[in-house]
Design a protein around this ligand. Structure first.
Ligand code: G4P
Length: 537
């Protein structure tokens, strides 16, 4: 198969981190190095501008968190890099998980003073599940930091991933002198006076025996470095590209995003080493990005900034081929073809771009609720991509409108918000009851706020007696019907019309699973047209 250079050049990734570890700052530095922005502060400013144009995101503003994700594209050398922003707050983990299905690799940012934190653990679990290659940056070395060896140990033990340091720090905090590049065998001095938005190139650095090194780093630090290098090399964790690409080893960098230190080395390594767009699994087998035909899947839906026009943008990751404006795409779930003439392409640089996009890129398609998360679009072929998950919620609330006459609007709003992935909606079949399921409690606030402002529905939430939900399937249709009839009080339809069992307690779930050995219970649901789960007819 002929390799298309425009696809081989693409690098699509996301940054994962615990809030406050420095994701925004790193993003900003990367965009600076890529020439996509000119001054530091732009990303943060853009964040606040977004608040200004979008009413419903007042919630974000009030809580100081980022609820939505977007795409930033920039060039570096001959690479085209797509950086997918992941929401920063724990409550929106489901959205983040889905964003991670659309990338080929990830950058994990860890705060050097705090080490591995909760959210990092959860996010890395997802990367491990999908064997996503991860590069690690241990950030904020200009401030107090824990012992480097201890941090490496913690990453290896808590996250269960082998570490291969590429750079190694000399001192930290007040005494941070810079890093040693283990591959290039060069010392890179840190300049404390360096202004924080200057992109400094440390091309050459110094050899370990360079006289400038002793002066800058101090003789003792160089001795400690020798000892630590011996320890690292003795541990045998040299960088192994295959182990990295399989997700079992992570190359590690040390730096200070705020001071633009260590980011250049990281970016140089990233563009050389991180994978280009990869093949992806569908119900018809793997699809190679170079296969020529356009294909892609929707991993996220975002309400338009303007609530007056309830159109939405579906974020589609292109998995193979090339997209051109005006192309006729086949929407596999609905079986319809549609000409896409006004797709958004995410080019952070300039406006004089052609609107073509290639495998690895993300395009935004306007729609009025016709597109759902997990949908596949193709040219020519009919197939569905696997792997955009919906997770069994852990929190449930009954929802009703305070005005009985707004019941219909409530249902419409919930259906649309459910399709967008803002929360999951379950209709209890026996009780005429609507229940919202969420992973994080903040999702309820978002739903309530949006119902009020976009659908003019005041709603109240009440406690719902469910502990968890499981999607069910059974090869024997009669058995499934029996299951549904006997347990009717706990059977619900989700937004995609799939059957779910609403368990009041974990013990009840266990007993039910034991009593119905032929019925399969699923904790996650694949958001794609063809899956094995039972769909209500
Ligand atoms: P996040 O997106 O992961 O939540 O983190 P963000 O980049 O917003 O960084 C969180 C805080 O940590 C910010 O400070 C930021 O300036 C600081 N920070 C990030 N990288 C470094 C670093 O390398 N060294 C040091 N010393 N600080 C760093 P803040 O005071 O909360 O925000 P701001 O007032 O600076 O915007």
């Amino acid at each position: 198969m002929k390799l298309e250079p425009d696809i081989e050049n693409r690098r699509t990734f996301a940054i994962i981190s615990h809030p406050d570890a420095g994701k925004t700052t790193v993003t900003e530095r990367l965009l600076l190095f890529g020439g996509a922005i000119n001054t530091a502060g732009t990303v943060k400013a853009r964040k606040s501008q977004r608040h200004a144009t979008s009413d419903w995101m007042e919630i974000e503003q009030q809580r100081g968190i980022s609820v939505t994700s977007s795409v930033m594209q920039f060039n570096y050398g001959d690479r085209v890099i797509n950086l997918l922003d992941t929401p920063g707050h724990e409550d929106f983990s489901e959205d983040t998980y889905r964003t991670l299905t659309a990338v080929d690799s990830a950058l994990m940012v860890i705060d050097a003073a705090k080490g591995v934190e909760d959210r990092t653990i959860k996010l890395l679990e997802i990367c491990r599940l999908r064997k996503t290659p991860v590069i690690t940056l241990i950030n904020k070395m200009d401030r107090y930091a824990r012992e480097s060896l201890e941090l490496i140990d913690e990453i290896e033990n808590v996250l269960n991933i082998e570490c291969a340091p590429i750079t190694w720090p000399l001192g930290s905090g007040q005494h941070f002198g810079g890093t040693y590049h283990l591959e290039r065998e060069r010392l890179i001095p840190f300049d404390r006076e360096q202004s924080d938005d200057r992109a400094v190139r440390h091309d050459d650095g110094w050899a370990r025996d360079d006289p400038r090194a002793a002066e800058h780093f101090g003789a003792q630090n160089l001795v400690t470095l020798e000892e630590e290098i011996e320890l690292i090399e003795g541990a045998g964790n040299g960088f192994n590209i295959d182990a990295y690409l399989q997700g079992s080893q992570t190359p590690v960098f040390f730096g200070s995003a705020l001071r633009s230190f260590g980011i250049r080395e990281l970016l140089d390594f990233f563009v050389e080493t991180a994978p280009a767009p990869q093949s992806r699994a569908t119900d018809q087998g793997e699809v190679d990005p170079h296969s020529g035909h356009f294909s892609g899947f929707v991993f996220k839906i975002q309400a338009n900034m303007d609530p007056q026009h309830r159109d939405r943008i579906a974020f589609l990751r292109i998995c193979s081929g090339k997209f051109e404006q005006g192309m006729k795409l086949h929407h596999v779930r609905t079986g319809r073809d549609a000409v896409v003439a006004n797709a958004l392409t995410f080019m952070a640089r300039g406006r004089d771009h052609t609107a073509d996009a290639w495998a690895g890129d993300i395009i935004g398609i306007h729609n009025h609720g016709t597109i759902q998360i997990g949908d596949t679009f193709t040219v020519g072929k009919s197939m569905s991509f696997h792997g955009v998950p919906s997770f069994a919620p852990e929190l449930f609330r009954r929802v009703r409108s305070t005005d009985p006459l707004r019941g219909k609007a409530l249902l419409k709003g919930l259906t649309e918000l459910g399709e967008e992935g803002a929360a999951q909606v379950f209709r209890l079949t026996n009780k005429n009851e609507l229940v919202i399921g969420a992973i994080g409690v903040l999702q309820f606030d978002v739903v309530s706020w949006r119902l009020k402002h976009e659908y003019n529905v005041d709603c109240v939430f009440e406690a719902a007696p469910y502990h968890t939900a499981r999607w069910v399937a059974c090869a024997d249709q009669k058995m499934l019907n029996k299951f549904r009839n006997q347990l009717a009080d706990n059977i619900a339809m989700d937004g995609g019309n799939f059957i779910a069992y609403m368990a009041p307690t974990m013990v009840n779930l266990q007993l039910t699973e034991e009593r119905w050995p032929d019925v399969e219970f699923y904790k996650t649901r694949e958001l794609s047209a063809n899956n094995a789960l039972a769909k209500a007819v």
